[in-house]
Design a protein around this ligand. Structure first.
Ligand code: UDP
Ligand code: MG
Length: 325
């Protein structure tokens, strides 16, 4: 049997003072159990990222670090938001782990399935997505908006995993792949599928937050969703072109109608010219805007300078030692 992998739990924390002691307790039990089962190596750790908290979160993390050999911490200089905090944690973990699992500090994501994540990793998966079975712990509002969001993303051609948030395992080489994405507007669940490699899913039920309150109010959720769309899709720009073409075509009918009215003597003087120019110019303007948008879209993807490919395996013949003859 292979050596157990070094597993890192990466946990971003923003003002999580009320939940931290319980989180550390549960994850310590979990790591102990995983080590016993041979799923996690001796050097496995949990890495807490303090995302510029205003309460005693960092003080707690340092105390746990003193007393608990599993606990490590990273403190960000200021609050940069969940996605950036998570990235900071993953990039720190990358240096010492075989695989890293990201989870929320409030343990809403079911920790019982952590074993399955690592089992899939051992079977050769580089990315394992945690997918929620059902959303019955959410309010009807959150459920419909969230599911609607995934559908819109799909429609706009963005490859996101339905009902998967940021509960996932990534192997070290997947993390190295992630480190090549240099964009500032981070939307991790959109980037991870782009990295490629073999992936699989683990299904779980999401619990209620057991203490503290959600750091994602509606306003943040909307801006997160918009960020996701505008960071991954230039389709909205293309839509302008389509709209422009549609209106230009419609304007031909508008023109015909206006001209017929004019010749039939049903039009007030001056009306035909005004109506014709409104339709035609409106359509043309929209079309031109779409063309400009097309170029902006191109600049946008160039600026992001995302990696263009990633080699998964490279089969190479061994250098044969020269035969002496
Ligand atoms: N979080 C963070 N920085 C922020 C906001 C949130 O690191 O600016 C962390 C938070 O501590 C938690 C995770 O991100 O571990 C998810 O946040 P939360 O549970 O509030 O979101 P929800 O589950 O309600 O969507
Ligand atoms: Mg939560």
């Amino acid at each position: 049997m292979k050596n157990p992998p070094i597993v890192y739990f990466v946990i971003p924390c923003y003002n999580e003072e009320p939940v931290l002691p319980e989180t550390v307790k549960r994850l310590t039990e979990k790591l102990d159990a995983m080590r016993e089962k041979g799923l996690a190596g001796e050097k496995s750790r949990m890495l807490f990222v303090d995302d510029g908290s205003k309460d005693k979160t960092w003080q707690l993390i340092s105390e746990f670090h003193e007393g608990n050999p599993y606990v490590e911490g990273v403190k960000l200089a200021h609050n940069r938001g969940h996605q950036n905090a998570l990235l900071a944690g993953l990039m720190t973990a990358m240096k010492s782990c075989d695989c890293a699992i990201s989870l929320d500090a409030d343990l809403q994501d079911d920790t019982d399935v952590l074993d399955q994540f690592v089992e899939k990793y051992r079977d050769g998966c580089d990315v394992v997505y945690g997918v929620r079975n059902k959303r019955d712990t959410d309010t009807a509002f959150k459920r419909t908006t969230a599911e609607g969001f995934y559908k819109v993303m799909k429609l706009l051609g963005v490859d996101v995993v339905f009902n998967h948030a940021d509960y996932r395992l990534m192997s070290r080489r997947a993390l190295e792949g992630l480190s090549e994405y240099r964009e500032v507007n981070l939307f991790l669940r959109g980037i991870v599928p782009l990295i490629g490699y073999r992936s699989d899913y683990v299904y779980y039920d999401r619990h209620e937050r057991f203490a503290g309150e959600s750091k994602y109010p509606l306003k943040k959720m909307i801006s997160f969703a918009l960020d996701g769309i505008t960071s991954f899709s230039v389709k909205p720009l293309k839509l302008i072109s389509h709209l422009g073409i549609l209106i230009s075509v419609l304007s031909v009918f508008g023109l015909l109608y206006a001209l017929i009215s004019y010749f039939a003597g049903r039009a007030v003087s001056g009306w035909t010219a005004i109506v014709c120019s409104i339709w035609l110019l409106g359509g043309l303007q929209m079309l031109c805007l779409g063309v400009v948008g097309g170029y902006i879209g191109k600049i946008y993807s160039e600026v992001k300078a995302r990696p263009r490919y990633r080699v998964e395996t490279h089969l190479k013949q061994e250098e044969k030692p020269e035969q002496k003859g």
